[in-house]
Design a protein around this ligand. Sequence first.
Ligand code: SAM
Length: 205
Amino acid sequence: MACKTYIVEHLDDELGPWSELEYLTIAKESHQAGAKFCLSSVPSTLVLPAALKHVPGFTADERSVETLYAEDRTRVCLLDPSAKKELSPEDGDTFDVFLFGGILGDDPPRDRTSELRKKGFEGRRLGPKQMTTDTAVRVARLVVQEKIPLDNIPYVDYPELRINKNESTVMPFRYVKGENGESIMPEGMLDLIKKDSEKDFGDLF
Ligand code: SAM
């Protein structure tokens, strides 16, 4: 089977700092795992961060995934929180392209993945809980490349992050548990969450 491609279809107009950190992490981890990472539907007006553009194996495309794979749609598996079937290691033998929504997580989830579901790709679920996009790619990679069944992956659900000595915030997502027992997050994400939470807290006054 050909080397795996992870495609994130960018569904927002902008590319904010959260998405930037998520995409950079996906690009680096995909490269380390011998896979490709493509960001599709990138508006021509959007300036991509230099750090992202320079990761080997990363490509950006203005076209959307249904144009890119018009001739061979059966290669593409959409990771869809509403799919009936869970992703399994055998799916790595059936599909070589894995498609994700480039959407920031929201609580409650707004099901913007439906924009991709409408395009008719075969769908698979990664369990019942909402993951961040970089976590969803990480989990899919562990299943289809490392052949680890979904239920054998260690997770951390809804971690509570300490912002400062008075406040903490609960992330409403499932993450993969790292070797240190903490949730795996993009480098710099914790600082960004703290900065944003302090800003929100400051806005109350
Ligand atoms: N609330 C979101 C929505 O509007 O659909 C979920 C977005 S999630 C942050 C970003 C992407 O990660 C989804 O579009 C999907 O491709 C993937 N994803 C996240 N959790 C998933 C799950 N449990 N099963 C399958 N895919 C998932």
